[in-house]
Design a protein around this ligand. Structure first.
Ligand code: HAM
Length: 368
């Protein structure tokens, strides 16, 4: 954490993540006393005093979601599904079956507070026997939190971890049932995941379900988003015991993942379907209005805003690869029509303004 004294001599910290802050606010506003379900989201900069590398920044942005008040495995499934759908909506390709390109959802269970001491003791015992193979960080972790050794990326630690016990060996019946429900529900929703019993997450507050979306193409810092259940954190921070589950997505990593699968989609001028051109600058306001109408219907549209000849605009439209161009000239505005030009066939015809957007939509077809 970045921790320092400000000019007034106050000790301040820059938040490294959103969950603890949301929990603090949740308790401060007495929501832990009201019962029921509370759901939050946040979006903002986070700060971690780490050594920067590709994908790892000291300042980055998270979009996070936290749900309080439900201990149900179906709540976990809903939250994991939201993470997957959100990434898909942000144009990140998420694998739908084994071996498919794109990001992969990983799932594990870290057990409850009854399971954890048993697991920790076993891990301590095992890794003490393999002390020589561990990196200096993991030798330190052995005393503090041996669970973290399971997801160390160092070669020696990875090899040592392969033969060790894993959280699922130590889950109680209740935790096993819980994660089975989560798995079944995700399958039912058509969400592909891989069970990874070395997934332990970097933060220590998790219990039961833990998950992460990994993109192999991003290098060492390959998690686009992650989260899990944290049923004890509200209580640990002084509130009434309240079950909770959530996730956060790293927005810079979302951009990196988008570029992996669809390099072209990173420009605002890519993937336009329609261009709205004008014969003289006087029609530009009308053209802007139509571009906006089309965009509001979900049709990516560009529009001319410069004083330049129609010929140049048509060259731009064909360079952009749009399917249709709408042309407005003084005559068209006068008659209440627009010319619709099919860029492939070169054919153009006037269409009345009423029903114009629907006509464009039907010409673009399902593929839009
Ligand atoms: P986290 O796994 O530490 O979880 O961070 C979530 C995401 O933030 C990561 O998957 C990654 O995409 C991004 N991220 C983390 N550190 C950096 C960095 N130094 N540079 C760029 N991106 C980064 C949490 O923060 C939990 N609060 C998530 C959560 C919410 N769990 C329950 N509720």
């Amino acid at each position: 954490m970045y921790l320092f004294q400000d000019r007034g001599g106050r000790s301040v910290a820059l938040r490294p993540e959103g969950t603890a802050s949301v929990v603090r606010a949740f308790i401060e506003h007495g929501l832990d006393k009201t019962g029921g379900l509370s759901r939050f989201y946040y979006l903002g900069p986070m700060f971690r005093a780490e050594r920067p590398q590709a994908g790892r920044r000291r300042q980055f942005h998270q979009l996070g979601v936290e749900v309080f008040g439900s201990a149900s495995p179906y709540q976990d499934a809903e939250v994991v599904a939201l993470l997957t759908r959100l990434l898909e909506a942000m144009n990140v390709l998420v694998a739908k079956k084994a071996g498919e390109k794109g990001a992969v959802l990983k799932l594990n269970s870290l057990g409850c507070r009854e399971d954890r001491p048993k697991l920790t003791a076993k891990l301590k015992e095992y890794f003490t026997e393999h002390l020589k193979e561990l990196c200096p960080d993991c030798r330190h972790r052995l005393g503090v939190n041996p669970l973290r050794i399971l997801d160390c990326k160092e070669e020696g630690c990875r090899k040592a971890a392969q033969g060790s016990v894993v959280p699922s060996d130590w889950l109680c019946k209740d935790c096993l049932n819980h994660v089975e429900r989560v798995k079944e529900t995700l399958k039912g929703l058509g969400i592909y995941f891989e069970w990874d019993n070395h997934l332990v997450r970097g933060l220590d507050y998790y219990s039961k379900t833990a998950f992460e979306v990994i993109h192999a193409g991003l290098g060492a810092q390959n998690a686009i988003g992650g989260g899990g259940r944290y049923d004890y954190l509200v209580e640990v921070l002084g509130g009434t015991a309240t079950p909770a589950v959530g996730f956060a997505v790293g927005l810079e990593r979302v951009l990196m993942a988008q570029e992996k699968e669809a390099p072209a989609a990173s420009s605002v001028w890519e993937n336009l379907k329609v261009f709205v051109a004008t014969v003289t600058p006087a029609e530009i306001p009308v053209a802007l209005g139509w571009a906006e109408k089309l965009r509001l219907r979900g049709i990516p549209s560009g529009v001319n805003v410069e004083d330049r000849p129609l010929k140049r605009q048509m060259e731009q439209a064909s360079k952009l690869g749009v399917k249709l161009t709408l042309i407005f000239g003084p005559e068209e505005v006068e008659k209440g029509v627009a010319l619709i030009k099919d860029m492939k066939t070169g054919q153009q015809e006037p269409h009345s303004l009423s029903g114009l957007a629907a006509a464009v939509e039907s010409r673009l077809g399902n593929g839009l």
